[in-house]
Ligand binder design. Structure first.
Ligand code: MG
Length: 164
């Protein structure tokens, strides 16, 4: 087996009339992320991190926003399909580490639920799931409350193979 690291980033604008879904958990908020799917920046960053570790492209290639199948889609389904890609390669996740960047609301009371949801979605122990939330200290579009962003890092174990 060998270890591969992957990194992902996502940002979406916040807009009125949208649900705010982060790490598969609905966050009570007067604005939500605008996007083609449910615009869950955490699951999108995580899916990209996994694809990155596998050298398998990015979610824009796998789930184009021109595809109506993904309109308002649950990003947990999208992540599930990426995990299927990993499983087909004989890969499994070792740990994940996610940071959410959001000016408001504070996510402290929801972090345990988000972490449990990520553990459930990825089939990892909670101890193998890192989740942090922070603000942008007022700077830029995130700091102005106009966007939510997330970064994700994942370690993946894959079987040794000839170069493909
Ligand atoms: Mg996205």
């Amino acid at each position: 087996m060998s270890l591969r690291i992957g990194h992902g980033f996502d940002i979406h604008p916040l807009a009125e009339g949208r649900r705010l879904v982060l790490a598969g958990v609905e966050v009570p908020c007067e604005v939500g992320c605008a996007g083609h799917s449910d615009a869950d920046v955490v699951l999108h960053a995580l899916a990209d991190a996994i694809l990155g570790a596998l050298g398998a492209g990015d979610i824009g290639e796998w789930f184009p926003d021109t595809d109506t199948a993904w309109k308002d889609a649950d990003s947990a389904v999208l992540l599930g399909k990426v995990l299927d890609v990993a499983a087909e390669k004989g890969a499994h996740l070792v740990n994940i580490d996610v940071t959410i960047y959001l000016e408001r609301p504070k996510l402290a009371v929801l972090k345990d639920r988000m972490r449990a949801r990520l553990a459930d979605l990825t089939d990892l122990d909670a101890g193998s799931v890192g989740l942090k939330a922070r603000t942008f200290e007022g700077f830029g579009p995130v700091g102005a409350g106009r966007a939510a962003a997330a970064t994700a890092v994942v370690l993946v174990e894959i079987p040794h193979r000839e170069k493909d």
